[in-house]
Design a protein around this ligand. Sequence first.
Ligand code: SF4
Length: 337
Amino acid sequence: MPSDETILQVKSLKKYFPIEKGLLRRQVGQVKAVDDVSFEIKRGEALGLVGESGCGKTTLGRCVLRAIDPTAGEIILRASDGATVDITSLDKGELRQLRKEMQMVFQDPFSSLSPRMTVLDIIGEPLWAQGVRGRDLEDRVRELADLVGLNIGHLNRYPNAFSGGQRQRIGIARALATHPGLIVADEPVSALDVSIQAQILNLLQDLQEKLGLTYLFIAHDLSVVEHIADRVAVMYVGKIIELADTEELYLNPKHPYTEALLSAVPKPDPRLEEQEIILSGEVANPADPPSGCLFHPRCQYAQDRCRLEAPPLEEVAPGHFAACHFAQELELTGVAM
Ligand code: SF4
């Protein structure tokens, strides 16, 4: 159950990558991977961040952890001692100290774990970095392995001895090692077999309840975040275009892009599958975005105004934000949860 306390506040965050050309690497443009994004997450809340690949969601997640430096904006984290800090202003040493408060679970459990380290060393690595040694370290690693459902008799094995689901459990145990309040989970189940995905999602949900974790949960598919997210933010070409409580967003979408993503969510009744909205074309190029509404070249409801004016993200119902000129007029189709 989310508390009233804000653990993370992201204000006007931007991440632009320069496009360089020629021997002198002259800058000829920029890719606006994250463009003026603001949101907050309450302690104990899971915020789903959803969009097609290339929409900027992974870049946003990496900026939030300062794995990459943002171009502009603020990222305010409330640490476990109650102090708030803008992590964009920290130097490397200060950031290292704060690392224990926020960790990442990666998409690919195969490439994110070193094949030359035992599971004990992998899970214990963040503890080692915090100065934990010897018996204390081993005891904590056993506790973590038990927490995520790994066999504690297998801690001296190497990652290649484990299945994809077990490797993701190792990655989750490592992320939890330093008692972080905030976990950024970047597509944590998309590389796994469908049969294993539900197990890992259930584990993440159980851990959230048990440990009071806060998640920024990144996915390309709305069906993945359906049961885990309290609220969902939908991203398109570097911007949040809709944000609402999960149930409200599923039942009552206010942006045509969200409606299209929802139409692809597997339905219990196969006859409803025919209603899937096939989006034409690709996600707009963030280095050369279209005029007006970024979604207009693919939007079945686009009108002249959409080609000229960019719609701002506005509150269209209590707690429900959408960036569409016609959010109040369109009667879009949602899905029952
Ligand atoms: Fe579609 Fe226009 Fe709304 Fe953009 S502003 S989503 S183009 S209807």
